[in-house]
Design a protein around this ligand. Structure first.
Ligand code: SF4
Length: 101
């Protein structure tokens, strides 16, 4: 079993979730980071686990793998729906995304 290194800001593990209510289904995130994001049959984007399982519950989170941090952050920046949220696991504070103050 391989151990995947997870992304962190100042040593904090990060997770990402999508607000499907705002997703436009353009697929930019799935192009940037297909290991983390995927469009489902409903045309909306969802996050995936490290073993490629699509998480279809609204607001489901997955850990951000360290090698993919830039791609995930770029996805959040470019997302036309402004609905990709990257936050710290420990206190759920958003560090990249539309809710960053
Ligand atoms: S980039 Fe944003 S709006 Fe586009 S498919 Fe991904 S989550 Fe949805």
């Amino acid at each position: 079993m391989s151990v995947q290194q997870e992304a962190s800001v100042d040593g904090e593990a990060l997770e990402v979730w999508i607000d499907q209510d705002l997703c436009t289904g353009d697929g930019i995130c799935a192009q940037y980071a297909p290991e983390v994001f995927e469009l489902d049959i409903d045309g909306l984007a969802y996050v995936k686990t490290a073993d490629d399982q699509l998480l279809q519950d609204p607001g489901a989170t997955t850990r951000v793998p360290l090698p993919l941090l830039t791609d995930v952050v770029d996805s959040a920046k470019e997302c036309p729906g402004e609905c990709i949220h990257v936050r710290r696991v420990s206190d759920k504070v958003e560090v990249y995304g539309p809710d960053v103050a």
